[in-house]
Design a protein around this ligand. Structure first.
Ligand code: PEP
Ligand code: MG
Length: 328
């Protein structure tokens, strides 16, 4: 099987009815870049910039950050890299970055983390913005903000980038050729206002790891709860359908970058919902390309519509049977 997947390296994943599906990888460290060539993925759909912070004893300097982002873009060549601004705080605490009160948090996953930290410690985001903008001089930059809950959070984060861009322009530095801003949809509340944010963003990446823990109020890190909900639950699938529909008619690319997208039946369900971009763990790229080549989108789309209108008792069993009947 491994050899079969390796043979898929050069294959551009296309469904049986001829739709090209973007299969990208999640990454975070310099060493992960090699996975791009190894898998033949379409790009890096989630680059977790906080990894550089987590492996460092001190706050990474602007120069160090610029070097890393440049190396990643160099290695990716024409393939897009979506840089997620730092998602630290919460359970990923850093000795050099602490909350003012110095206290631990009772619910770190829904605490002082990600954009909440970055907007409060503006210096952090400012430095990261400068580093990303400089590294992307002469090319296209994709920036993605994590854990956005309200549209104003996006506005504030983008304003930090705008300010740095203006500064670089005044310094006559080489600017990016284009900048695409996007957000991660991880907080359910944002879904209710997504239509308002849609005109301002180029892309949206659904982080199903955090999203499902918040939807089900079930800590993603607690093994006791792992069996409590299923990614194939109608609640999740209906929610995702609503998210997809709420950006309908806007020029917004939607991807799924949570672990869900790297699993066979889950990926099938996502294709059925209309998702055409997945960012997944590198090991799942071969199997996902293989899956894509066997699927008829029309067919899975119709099946999914029926399942969501009248959910079967066991969605996983229904999808398993559907796939087996078609030799998928
Ligand atoms: C997610 O929450 O689904 C996600 C991709 O981000 P992370 O796993 O880094 O929180
Ligand atoms: Mg997340």
């Amino acid at each position: 099987r491994q050899a079969a997947y390796a043979a898929l390296r050069e294959v551009h994943p296309t469904t049986r009815d001829g739709t090209r599906i973007q299969v990208m990888i999640n990454a975070g460290l310099r060493d992960d870049i090699a996975n791009l060539t190894m898998t033949g993925a379409d790009g890096i759909g989630l680059f977790r910039t906080e990894f550089q912070f987590l492996v460092s004893a001190t706050l990474p300097s602007r120069e160090r950050q610029t070097r890393l982002y440049r190396e990643v873009m160099d290695a990716a060549g024409d393939k897009p890299v979506k840089f997620r601004t730092v998602d630290i705080g919460g359970d990923k605490t850093l000795p050099y970055l602490r909350h003012d009160d110095g206290e631990g948090e009772e619910n770190p996953a829904m605490g002082w983390r990600a954009l909440r930290v970055a907007l409060e410690r503006e210096g952090l985001l400012k430095v990261q913005a400068r580093a990303l903008l400089e590294a992307a001089g002469g090319r296209t930059l994709h920036v993605m903000f994590p854990l956005v809950a309200e549209p104003w959070e996006f506005d504030q984060a983008k304003a930090v980038f705008d300010k740095q861009l203006a500064f670089l322009r005044s310094q006559k530095k080489q600017l990016p050729e284009a900048i695409h801003y996007g957000i991660m949809l991880e907080v359910p509340a944002l879904a209710e206002q997504l239509d308002l944010l849609a005109p301002k963003i180029s892309f949206l990446s659904i982080g199903t790891n955090d999203l499902t823990q918040f939807l089900f109020a079930a800590d993603r890190a607690n093994p006791k709860l792992a069996e409590r909900y299923d990614w194939l639950s109608p609640a999740i699938l209906r929610f995702l359908r609503r998210v997809i529909r709420s950006v309908d008619g806007h020029d917004v690319d939607i991807a799924v970058c949570g672990e869900m997208g790297g699993r066979r039946l889950e990926a099938l369900a996502l294709l059925g919902l209309g998702i055409r971009r997945l960012s997944i763990t590198p090991a799942a790229v071969g199997p996902t390309k293989d899956l894509v080549s066997k699927v008829d989108l029309q067919e899975i789309g119709t099946a999914m519509e029926q399942w969501l209108a009248h959910p079967p008792e066991d969605m996983r069993a229904a999808l398993t049977a559907w796939a087996a009947e078609r030799g998928i």
